[in-house]
Design a protein around this ligand. Structure first.
Ligand SMILES: [Zn+2]
Ligand SMILES: [Zn+2]
Length: 345
């Protein structure tokens, strides 16, 4: 528990990831008043460790869980949304979520069969070898036990104002990392709760998947550009540390994706490739972990394939790549001279 600045009435609560002493998600407690109660932004996983840690940190501030009257979740990934159901059931806080995220709850956490089928089809069509298909398809299932699904009391569309004692937060839709991701902006204090949209040193995963829309990377870059106009003095992110260098960080993240695009283009110079083949050749994911592609676990491989796919599709939409299908498998290639959009004669 850390008050993010002395006297600011906002506390950062670091909640542990399951089976990890290093990783944590930041939830934030925003102090309220008698009329509005306290506001909790994001919740952590539904694990005993995260729940106990949340309780303990709140006690240190002098706040009881019962006094939280509102919960806003930036997006329904397990680390941000997992504990929302339990908190709502136990303490009756009102939960607010973007409508797109609300629509994913059923298919991701309650009846997953259709989504699993769509994921299998997507991975197969993008070149995942048959012997790896099931592992990659089901890689996210172990996370589901850390989520208690619950529907929101308040559905957000963007542009709403959420008030507490000291603050009025504007809801800003920021699709990309998640289709219904939102940030909260406090114009008076120039504070941005950025969720997973803008993080200080890591870049959030932006993958193309059955529920991402057709161009998640394009959406992500547009959402970053859309925030450039904001006057932000303090960013309170969903992971890592709060930071103040908002605009330079936006620029850095955009440049980082441009660099990845160039890496992918050079991987495609020699021959057309599937998203899976391309992912095995580019350095980011497996070199960061330092283990090589073959040693990556199914979850990391799936993220690498879907993230590569988001780049490939974005560049296809920009006209930098062509897409062809052979034997039901999709290949991306660099258009040859005179080949682009040349009508058949
Ligand atoms: Zn996330
Ligand atoms: Zn996260």
């Amino acid at each position: 528990m850390i008050e993010v600045e002395p006297g600011i009435h906002i506390y950062r609560l670091q909640l542990p990831f399951p089976d990890s002493t290093l990783d944590y998600v930041n939830a934030y407690l925003v102090e309220g008043d008698r009329d509005n109660g306290h506001l909790l932004i994001d919740t952590g996983w539904d694990t005993k460790e995260a729940f106990d840690s949340l309780k303990k940190q709140l006690v240190e501030i002098g706040i009881n869980l019962e006094d939280i009257s509102q919960i806003v979740v930036t997006h329904v990934h397990p680390d941000h949304y997992g504990l929302a159901g339990k908190l709502k059931r136990l303490y009756n806080a009102k939960l607010a979520l973007h409508h797109l995220e609300k629509d994913f709850i059923e298919s991701r956490y309650i009846n997953m069969d259709k989504l699993l089928q769509q994921m299998e089809h997507l991975l197969q069509a993008n070149g995942t070898p048959p012997d790896e298909l099931t592992k990659l398809q089901t890689a996210s299932l172990p996370m589901i036990r850390f989520v208690t699904p619950v529907l929101p009391d308040v559905t957000l569309y963007g542009g709403e104002t959420i008030t507490t004692g000291y603050f009025s937060f504007k809801v800003l839709p920021t699709p990309g990392h998640a289709s219904g991701h939102i940030c909260l902006y406090e114009p008076g204090r120039k504070i941005l709760f950025s969720g997973d949209h803008v993080l200080p040193t890591i870049t959030p995963h932006v993958g193309l998947h059955p529920q991402s829309g057709s161009n998640p990377l394009g959406d992500y870059i547009d959402s970053l550009n859309g925030l450039k106009q904001l006057d932000v003095k303090l960013v309170l992110p969903g992971h890592e540390q709060p930071f103040t260098t908002f605009k330079p960080r936006l620029k850095e993240i955009i440049q980082h994706h441009q660099h990845r695009n160039r890496e992918i283009l050079s991987a495609l110079k020699a021959s057309p490739k599937t998203a899976y083949q391309t992912a095995t050749e580019i350095t980011w994911m497996h070199d960061v972990k330092g283990v090589g592609w073959d040693k990556l676990g199914p979850w990391d491989k799936r993220m690498a394939v879907l993230e590569t796919l988001s780049h490939l599709e974005a560049m296809k939409i920009m006209g930098k790549l062509e897409k062809t299908t052979r034997d039901n498998i999709i290949y991306y290639s660099i258009p040859g001279p005179g080949k682009t959009n040349e009508p058949a004669r």
